[in-house]
Design a protein around this ligand. Sequence first.
Ligand code: PAF
Length: 282
Amino acid sequence: MPLCTSTSDLTQTLAPWRKQGGKIGFVPTMGALHDGHGSLVTRALSENDCVVVSIFVNPTQFNNAADLEKYPRPFEQDLTFLNAIDPKIVVYAPEATDLYRGEVVSKSYRFGAIASEMEGRHRPGHFDGVGTVLNLLFRAVEPTNAYFGEKDFQQLQIVRKLVELENLPVNIIGCTIHRAEDGLAMSSRNRRLTPEQLAAAPFIYKTLKKAQEDFKHKSIPAIVREAEAAFAAHPILELEYFEIAGIHNLKTAYRKHPSNTYRAFLAAFAGEVRLIDNMGLN
Ligand code: PAF
């Protein structure tokens, strides 16, 4: 499987595809790959001539040094995982100084109000870090199509805004959340859960499912209150936020408007591990 550890390696590897005018699909990741990533890669393979998967744990999007340090990095396993899907996948795993071309710092973006809601409020600087690294990755890979999971629904909206602000010629494709049988959204962070936390974590999905059901007949404040109360009584999971927001601006919603589309979003801690999830309500 082609492995490019520098941007110049990648440029050389992709040169024949570019010459032929082939479609390049791109799946950006921070490694610790799971079946959720696998589903993005499989879709990318079915819609493009060549697929690049980046593996890069981006320091500038972590607002918590311990979280960055403990982020899982099973690089060899990741290569085996991708090789089993398709040995033609191009893996791009640059060094930070190579990708950032020097100092590893974030640009400051004007993403607008969507960046100050939920994840933006609880993880200051996070979206500037995500925007900065994706801008660099998109410029290195020059993909036709790039694939993102809806588990990071707010990130997906930020990426769409980034592409507009940076005028990047790439189609952003959002893909539905990949869940385990018990409903737990696939995440690289799940690897850090103890068996007890892993058994408790599907409570997140159950709470979202209940909100989806209740949305048909209960008010938004009542649904939020019940979700908060359910977490307050939970012995293992600690809620950071539970919000219902309209998908057009991601602002916290307090009343339903028949013409709007809503999703419920939450972040919760299992010990030190922060998990996020979301679900469409109507
Ligand atoms: O969602 C992720 O894994 C990361 O935020 C991304 C998009 C790879 C940027 O580092």
